[in-house]
Design a binder for this molecule. Structure first.
Ligand code: GDP
Length: 468
């Protein structure tokens, strides 16, 4: 590990979001964190606060002064190593949330001996000090970025170590075998077998099953993190744009009440019951309304490839039950190929009789009748989306892989596991099997950070923003 990575400096950064807030938290971490804070913190009477002499993890009122200028009244807390987020001495200063105050205090602390932190440096120190493993550290980033109840739950679980403890156990079991195999290599002249091949095979098969399940969960994990892709397809004028707006409307209204958020940032995502749905604009729903074209089957198929859930929307006055049947048959053929699900939605129910319409289309399962224009039954459609998601969802208390780096390592580990099994089947030499076992161990270790390189660490932590 190079010096750049394990630098001894005391670092400082804003821990809360940039911009104005009621309160901002400035965090110092490193050997000198407490003594640096002591240079700028005073009591009401103008004496040094002297955090060094004060109790650990207790909040103290203080005044921050730069020479004679009072910058702010704050609350300071010292966390002595190793009982802190980073495992080092940490001081947290809660100041008033003006950007000017934040900057002045940061500046003052850098003048007093701290250095501004690089992105992810706090979390990297936590990792290097054994406070968490790599996958937990990465979960911190996910947790901060989580935007729905499900993604939050998954990140939380990963941060608490659910994922890595599973991998660690697998690795430990394999390490035992690896050492027996290495022992065989040491005694290779004598042709002894320390590692029972049948037991090894049983273990590898068991590991592979779990690795496979983790790999499968990645698809789901990705969906949780980025939203479940949903496409609304159907003929021009069926009411697709209207429906999309109806679905997004409530969301936009809620979001625009929160100061500082803009419509643009939420795009076409909605959260229903804590689940993030992402509406994909495959057919350019909002841009092609006046383009006259046919059913748009080609576009529908394109959309199916990209989405987990398809809403086929039709105008109940425009489509007969027979026509619908042929369209649905064609869509379903494609659905099976991509494992997506279909909801059939008849629109413009405000213009027709519901009972009559229901009778006409009674042969279709998963069918709803709505009015995109007047908002009828939109809630039933939302409930249907959630229901379909639940039916394909893994229980989120199970381990879900959400990280592309982990998925890659799992895939590579899986390749080595397959090679080991092949090797056992074809009575390969101990040398070859041992080498594949070493590879598998290496890949699994990359996930938890038991094996790490400076490059890997820098790559991971540089994706964090400053102050984390
Ligand atoms: P798209 O081409 O599928 O995106 O369809 P639009 O959303 O642009 O809607 C086409 C026309 O149908 C517009 O004039 C809408 O106002 C109208 N429309 C959409 N939904 C409804 C509905 O539920 N009831 C009625 N009466 N008209 C609707």
């Amino acid at each position: 590990m190079n010096n750049k990575i394990i630098s001894q400096d005391t670092i400082v950064a804003l821990a809360t979001a940039h911009g104005v807030g009621a309160i901002a938290v400035i965090r110092l971490s490193g050997n000198d964190a407490i003594s640096i804070a002591d240079k700028v913190l005073f009591t009401k009477k103008g004496l040094l606060l002297n955090l060094l002499q004060k109790a650990d993890r207790k909040a103290y009122f203080a005044i921050v002064k730069d020479a004679d200028i009072v910058l702010d009244e704050v609350i300071a807390i010292a966390f002595r190593a190793p009982h802190s987020f980073t495992g080092e001495n940490v001081v947290e200063i809660s100041c008033h949330g003006s950007v000017f105050i934040q900057q002045q205090i940061l500046l003052l602390l850098t003048k007093s001996g701290a250095r501004l932190a690089t992105p992810g440096e706090f979390t990297m120190r936590a990792f290097l000090n054994g406070k968490m493993d790599l996958s937990q550290a990465e979960a911190v980033a996910d947790l901060i970025a989580s935007n729905s109840a499900t993604s939050h739950q998954v990140a939380m679980q990963q941060m608490r170590g659910g994922f890595s403890s599973k991998i660690k156990t697998l690795r430990e079991n394999l390490v035992n075998f690896a050492s027996l195999l290495e022992l065989e290599l040491d005694f290779s002249e004598e042709d002894v077998e320390f590692a029972n091949r049948a037991d090894l095979r049983t273990l590898i098969v068991a590991i592979q099953k779990i690795v496979q399940r983790l790999m499968d969960s990645f698809e789901f994990g990705n969906v949780i993190k980025n939203g479940i892709p949903v496409a609304i397809v159907g003929k021009p004028n069926a009411g697709k744009s209207r429906l999309l707006n109806a679905l997004l409307e409530e969301e936009r209204a809620i979001v625009s009440e929160i100061p500082g958020t803009t419509r643009d940032t939420i795009e076409d995502n909605i959260i229903i019951d804590g689940i993030l749905f992402r509406f994909i604009d495959t057919a350019g729903i909002r841009h092609t309304t006046d383009v006259i074209e046919q059913i748009g089957v080609a576009k529908t198929f394109e959309a199916i490839k990209q989405s987990a859930i398809i809403i086929y929307l039709f105008d109940i006055q425009e489509l007969t039950s027979r026509e619908l049947k042929s369209v649905v048959a064609e869509i379903e053929e494609h659905l099976n190929k991509y494992n997506s699900q279909l909801i059939i939605v008849g629109n413009k129910i405000d213009k027709a009789d519901l009972a009559y319409t229901e009778r006409e289309f009674q042969e279709f399962k998963n069918t709803l009748f709505i009015s995109a224009k007047y908002g009828n039954n939109i809630n039933a459609l939302k409930a249907k989306l959630v229901e379909l998601f639940d039916s394909r969802a893994v229980n989120v208390t199970e381990t879900v892989v959400t990280n592309a780096r982990h998925a890659e390592a799992l895939r590579n580990a899986n390749k080595s596991l397959i090679k080991i099994l092949d090797g056992l089947n074809t009575n390969q030499t101990t040398e070859l099997i041992a080498s594949d076992v070493r590879n598998a161990l290496h890949q699994l270790g990359l996930i938890t950070g038991e094996i790490s390189t400076d490059n890997l660490l820098e790559n991971i932590f540089s994706k964090f923003c400053i102050g984390k």
